[in-house]
Design a protein around this ligand. Structure first.
Ligand SMILES: [Zn+2]
Length: 261
């Protein structure tokens, strides 16, 4: 399609990465239905764009978490899957956006641990992994051996408080990584929420090691938020924020939120 903000990259024979505004979206093609993972916040019709790539009906979106940069395009779909916590915030546009431009009358089905979304010959299994956001889920596609992680397997942003939500603990992130690693034999590749291609699945183990190093007192540096950061970025008390690097993982965290009390 010409003249659109969207463009795409084919990742496997039945999986596309779609660049839009807000986040990276993924289009999954099953035998009976297609599905979008996260919908960005472009006001252009991402459903129409993605439907032009596949024959199966594309009426459903699933959100990895409730942040509006992942849910703003949901209104182009009939039906959205998301966690109960995501539903509390998913329909509220960021303050810098024009709320009138977003449809929020789509139907929501709440999903949680162990739920399955069936596309026909291709199933997505839900794992709750709340740290970056209390609403976060990962989606495991066993047939393509891909794990979709939203912003929970993510450098820099994962433990940064993005909106009016509880500051995440490093230990909670470690628990999430342990949970994902229990299924490590079922995936080889990771697609994350602002990615431009696959991440190597072993990064989950390196994030877990990094979390443990921080919990054991690893040195870190003061972290200064970029002055030209996103308009809706929420960063209370930056003096407590630290940055730590380990191999190819980078974690920004709050010194007061390392171990869960
Ligand atoms: Zn997010």
């Amino acid at each position: 399609m010409e003249g659109t903000v969207f463009n795409s990259q084919k990742l496997t024979s039945n999986t596309w990465l779609i660049f839009s505004e807000g986040c990276t979206s993924y289009l999954l093609q099953g035998q009976k239905a297609a599905l979008m993972i996260d919908s960005g916040f472009s006001t252009e019709n991402i459903q129409e764009y993605a439907q032009s790539l596949v024959d199966q009906p594309l009426t459903m979106v699933v959100n990895t978490h409730g942040h509006f940069d992942h849910t703003g395009g949901n209104g182009w779909f009939q039906h959205a899957y998301m966690s109960a916590k995501a539903l509390e915030i998913a329909k509220v546009p960021y303050p810098s956006l024009d709320a009138k431009k977003y449809r929020t009358d789509y139907i929501v089905t709440v999903v949680g641990d162990g739920d399955i979304i069936d596309l026909g010959g291709r199933m997505l299994e839900v794992f709750e992994i709340p740290a970056h956001a209390p609403s976060s889920i990962a989606l495991l596609d066993r047939s393509e051996r891909i794990l979709f992680t939203g912003d929970e397997v993510a450098n820099f942003i994962v433990l940064v408080w993005m909106q009016n939500e509880p500051q995440p603990y490093v230990e909670q992130h470690a628990r999430n990584m342990e949970k994902l690693l229990r299924h490590r034999n079922a995936f080889d590749k990771i697609c994350w929420g602002h990615g431009d291609g696959f991440l190597d699945a072993d990064i989950v183990g390196r994030f877990l090691e990094h979390d443990h190093l921080i919990m054991a007192g690893k040195e870190s540096e003061p972290w200064v938020p970029a002055p030209d950061g996103p308009a809706d970025f929420h960063m209370p008390q930056p003096e407590f924020k630290r940055i730590s690097k380990y191999l190819d993982t980078n974690l920004v965290f709050d010194l007061r939120y390392i171990r869960i009390p």
